[in-house]
Design a binder for this molecule. Structure first.
Ligand SMILES: *[C@@H]1O[C@H](CO)[C@@H](O)[C@H](O)[C@H]1NC(C)=O
Ligand SMILES: *[C@@H]1O[C@H](CO)[C@@H](O)[C@H](O)[C@H]1NC(C)=O
Ligand SMILES: *[C@@H]1O[C@H](CO)[C@@H](O)[C@H](O)[C@H]1NC(C)=O
Ligand SMILES: *[C@@H]1O[C@H](CO)[C@@H](O)[C@H](O)[C@H]1NC(C)=O
Ligand SMILES: *[C@@H]1O[C@H](CO)[C@@H](O)[C@H](O)[C@H]1NC(C)=O
Ligand SMILES: *[C@@H]1O[C@H](CO)[C@@H](O)[C@H](O)[C@H]1NC(C)=O
Ligand SMILES: *[C@@H]1O[C@H](CO)[C@@H](O)[C@H](O)[C@H]1NC(C)=O
Ligand SMILES: *[C@@H]1O[C@H](CO)[C@@H](O)[C@H](O)[C@H]1NC(C)=O
Ligand SMILES: *[C@@H]1O[C@H](CO)[C@@H](O)[C@H](O)[C@H]1NC(C)=O
Ligand SMILES: *[C@@H]1O[C@H](CO)[C@@H](O)[C@H](O)[C@H]1NC(C)=O
Ligand SMILES: *[C@@H]1O[C@H](CO)[C@@H](O)[C@H](O)[C@H]1NC(C)=O
Ligand SMILES: *[C@@H]1O[C@H](CO)[C@@H](O)[C@H](O)[C@H]1NC(C)=O
Length: 785
């Protein structure tokens, strides 16, 4: 029943945090390490305002160095002038623990500038790993030229290791390590894998790299010199389109390039490092010239001669539109991006910014989180000085000394063996040992451990060998351990005694046996059903309350019915088109009844310019998506890219120009939000027009559900039901279509909401309002297009 719920919560979690980061414009989502500065010399960079710390808390060992003074010129970032090198070890790892933890999307960047720090003038080459996974090989090809590497990556555990591996071609070193939390809806393409930065270019700028604070996510936007092009810039702010947070900052979008010769097109070439590399390409456009009435700028976009945006594109005035491929379907030996103007266009094409990423699979087969944090705790509790770096178990060739792990193709590696014999351990037994739940052998012999032998050791169910000899424990060994060893389940060694009997008795061991009571709750369900009906000239779209009393069984799906009706059927259903409940671009919407089911009937108007062929042909889709099938009138700039009732149309459409069934889910999610909140799809919030989904996010960030639900309900609703409904609606409007639930899942979840609300009503005799009254009128925008 809760199948759909977890991903939804997860999603909300992401969004909340990102809103916080965004709103406060602070560095709480940043880790900024300037390698090679002295311990205790944290500072704030006076150009960017970023707070840098030394690397001592992130790594053991390493030597700190400065680049030679000739490489420390005024225009070099301060962070690049110092570095930490690792001449001693094959593998050295930085451990980063972002406070926002796993499941979030981060930008991770490492920067390297050699600067002949070792006076050897030998340019090193070495490998960099992200935890157990290969990231890239660093080839330093100039003393003065910094190398940056950057990846956008979703963490599957609460920490991440950046490891430098000596491959015999020079000493590994690093100048800067930076980690930035990204907003929940940025670069969702990480669903396919991690995004390795290939290029991030700010066209038309002659100034230094744009980054924080212009870019609150601290992406580095490099300026580039483009031949035969005219630089354009505006002093006005370039704003984001309603849906996207991926947008480059205004500082980047306010400059652009345009071919100098009016007949020329913009041509951008690049060669991948590996011809099998799959690319994600984000092109950012905004009109930054003030166009006269008789001027138009319209262009086509081609990649390797194929048109990748299906229609002529016109940038919006001072507003960013990003065109990108939502799927990793770009792979070729070489690339040419061509942007050329259409015949109608009086102006040459422009481009403001471009991002290219290569898709990388980073499997992240890291040690189980609990095992790993237990090991970190043990390491720090006892001040263990062994070369314990990076992940305890992975990669297998660098497993920590004294450790053995079980490697299972589907699960994370687990620790099964730990030998800490003769390691100079002092103090009591660290409670963290209790978290090594798969451990089979634990050897703590010949240390100076004190205190009592803790009971929790007997809770380690797989423990077969426990050696405690040669320590200074006081008090008795717990009876449970003795009992286990008497049963032959544990080889236990402690001072004065070694038990290795094979007695088997339950007498000494109080066998706990708790019987759980199964609680069976009969659930009465009210079914909200959706019926999509189409005829040659008439479409009926139904959102209605059909009350069926049914016992809910697992696996019982709610049905989606499709049926055809004749014109005379429709006449009788609508009582001869008696009650008009709405009017849109396609025609009039009438109220009707099929039996006792309320339905909405949409008539294609004969006078509609929009053709009935398209009407019939339509990408199953309900009203909000349907609008896409028709040619749109050319009026304002926006209508050339946006069709449909504003705010209801899948944002995916703006970039892919494609609508799918998931686009309907999006539109339906917006409808739900409109119903729940009583707000329009586009809301004026703090002097800005924002989309309702953003508004809900902002409200969620403030943590008060009551702010979200329609105030006209006067708080008279079941909070859990409302919460669930909001989660559901937010899942429907997920940026990535694949994250949106299917309509039958939506129905089941809504049904659960109804059950909750109904249960409340049964204990509370007050008038029931709210979610059960999915009422027909409010399901439609008051002003359909
Ligand atoms: C930035 O700081 C450095 C030293 O910390 C100083 O030399 C430099 O003048 C400062 N630059 C600015 C613009 O304040
Ligand atoms: C170093 O590498 C960069 C990019 O890989 C390249 O553009 C540059 O020409 C190289 N420089 C030298 C001196 O080889
Ligand atoms: C710039 O344009 C001129 C004239 O069309 C052409 O000869 C030259 O090759 C162009 N330069 C580049 C770098 O494309
Ligand atoms: C290119 O990528 C493929 C697949 O990732 C890999 O097997 C191959 O070795 C790579 N080739 C080069 C030259 O790196
Ligand atoms: C546009 O109008 C201006 C006058 O407002 C005129 O000078 C210019 O030639 C016109 N351009 C075109 C392409 O018609
Ligand atoms: C624009 O570029 C594409 C790809 O190079 C080419 O096929 C097309 O003919 C060009 N169109 C114009 C009008 O130059
Ligand atoms: C375009 O935007 C700029 C800056 O916001 C504004 O000054 C200008 O009037 C707008 N032009 C049009 C045609 O809307
Ligand atoms: C170009 O202009 C003509 C005449 O205004 C118009 O009919 C045609 O649809 C336009 N083409 C495009 C691609 O906008
Ligand atoms: C991996 O672990 C799972 C669950 O612990 C187990 O079902 C599976 O058989 C294991 N696979 C291997 C290859 O050991
Ligand atoms: C053991 O694991 C639990 C649950 O993951 C965690 O809350 C606790 O802090 C861990 N204890 C130690 C000592 O690491
Ligand atoms: C225990 O501590 C004493 C002194 O504190 C030291 O002499 C002895 O070597 C230690 N034993 C072990 C096994 O580390
Ligand atoms: C316990 O006994 C078994 C066989 O009886 C033996 O293989 C094992 O080494 C013994 N363990 C210890 C710790 O003495």
């Amino acid at each position: 029943m809760f199948r759909g719920l977890l991903p939804i919560l997860f999603l909300l979690g992401l969004v909340n945090k990102s809103v916080l980061v965004h709103a406060q414009d602070d560095q709480s989502g940043f880790i900024s390490i300037d390698c090679g500065i002295e311990d205790g010399s944290a500072y704030t960079d006076n150009v960017t305002g970023i707070n840098y710390v030394p690397d001592t808390d992130f790594i053991d060992g390493g030597e700190i160095h400065k680049v030679l003074p000739i490489y420390n010129s005024f225009d070099v970032d301060t962070q690049l002038t110092t570095l930490t090198s690792f001449p001693q070890n094959t593998r050295s790892c930085y451990t980063l623990k972002p406070t926002q933890g796993k499941g979030n999307r981060y930008l991770i960047r490492a920067r390297f500038m050699y600067g002949n720090y070792d006076f050897k003038s030998q340019l090193p080459e070495f490998d960099v790993y992200l935890g157990p996974d290969y990231w890239d090989t660093i080839k330093i090809n100039s003393s003065s030229r910094p190398v940056n590497m950057e990846i956008i990556h979703v963490l599957s555990s609460d920490y991440i290791h950046v490891c430098l591996v000596n491959t015999g071609r020079g000493t590994p070193f690093v100048s800067v390590i930076e980690l930035r939390l990204l907003a929940g809806d940025m670069y969702k393409e990480t669903d396919y894998g991690s995004l390795y930065l290939f290029a991030r270019v700010n066209f038309g700028s002659v100034f230094r790299t744009v980054r924080y604070k212009d870019d609150v996510y601290d992406r580095l936007w490099s300026s580039i010199n483009w031949p035969n092009s005219t630089l354009l810039y505006t002093l006005d702010q370039v704003s984001s389109f309603l849906f996207t947070t991926i947008d480059p900052p205004s500082a980047v979008m306010s400059t652009a390039i345009m071919p100098t010769y009016p007949k020329d097109s913009i041509k951008i070439n690049w060669n991948p490092d590996n011809t099998t590399d799959q690319f994600f390409m984000y092109m950012h456009f905004a009109e930054i010239e003030i166009l006269k009435r008789n001027q138009t700028r319209q262009f086509n976009i081609y990649l390797n001669g194929n048109r990748i945006y299906p229609k002529p594109f016109s940038p919006l005035n001072h507003t960013t539109i990003t065109v990108y491929n939502a799927e990793p379907d770009i792979a070729a030996p070489t690339y040419t991006l061509t942007i050329n103007k259409t015949k109608n266009s009086t102006l040459s094409p422009i481009i403001n910014a471009l991002e290219l990423y290569v898709l990388k699979q980073i499997p992240q087969r890291q040690t189980d989180d609990r095992d790993a944090s237990a090991m970190w705790s043990i390491k720090s509790t006892y001040g263990i000085t062994r070369h314990w770096q990076g992940d305890p178990c992975a990669p297998q060739e660098f497993v920590w000394d004294g450790l053995r792990c079980s490697y299972n193709t589907t699960d994370s590696p687990r620790i099964t063996f730990l030998n800490l014999s003769t390691s100079g351990l002092n103090g009591g037994i660290d409670p963290a040992f209790a978290n090594l739940t798969m451990i089979e052998t634990l050897d703590l012999s010949n240390n100076n451990l004190t205190g009592t032998v803790p009971h929790f050791l007997s809770g380690l169910n797989f423990l077969k060998v426990l050696n405690l000899k040669g320590n200074d424990f006081v008090g008795p060994v717990p009876a449970e351990l003795i009992a286990k060893s008497k049963k032959g389940l544990l080889a236990l060694s402690f001072d004065g005694e070694s038990t290795n009997d094979t007695l088997s008795s339950c007498d000494t061991n109080p066998c706990k046996n708790t019987k759980g009571n199964k609680i069976i709750v009969p659930v009465i369900a009210t079914v909200v059903s959706f019926v999509v009906i189409m005829t040659a000239v008439t479409a009926i779209w139904v959102i209605t309350k059909r009350r069926t009393h049914a016992k809910r069984k697992t696996g019982t799906g709610l049905e989606i019915r499709k049926q055809q009706y004749t014109y005379s059927d429709i006449q009788s259903i609508t009582n001869n088109f008696n009650v008009v409940i709405g009017k849109g671009g396609f025609g009039t919407v009438y109220l009707g009844y099929i039996g006792d089911i309320e339905v909405a009937i949409k008539m294609l108007s004969e006078s509609s310019l929009q053709g009935d062929k398209e009407f019939q042909a339509e990408a199953k889709l309900a009203d909000f998506g349907l609008s896409k099938a028709f040619p749109t009138e050319v009026g304002t700039h926006i209508s050339t890219v946006v069709a449909g009732t504003p705010g209801y149309l899948d944002p995916e459409y703006y970039t892919s120009n494609r609508l799918t069934e998931k686009s309907d889910i999006y539109s339906f999610g917006v409808v739900l939000l409109v119903i729940i909140t009583g707000q329009p799809a586009i809301i004026k919030y703090k002097e800005e027009n924002i989309h309702i989904s953003r508004w809900v996010n902002l409200m969620l960030a403030e943590g008060d559900m009551k702010n979200i639900v329609d105030p006209r309900l006067l708080g008279d609703f079941d909070i859990n039901s409302a919460w669930k409904a909001v989660e559901l609606a937010m899942a429907c409007v997920a940026h990535t279509p694949s994250r949106r639930p299917a309509m039958n899942e939506v129905m089941m979840e809504l049904n659960d909401c109804l059950v909750m609300e109904k249960a409340r009503k049964e204990t509370n005799p007050r008038q029931l309002t709210g979610l059960s009254s999915l009422n027909l009128e409010s399901a439609y925008d008051p002003n359909p297009r």
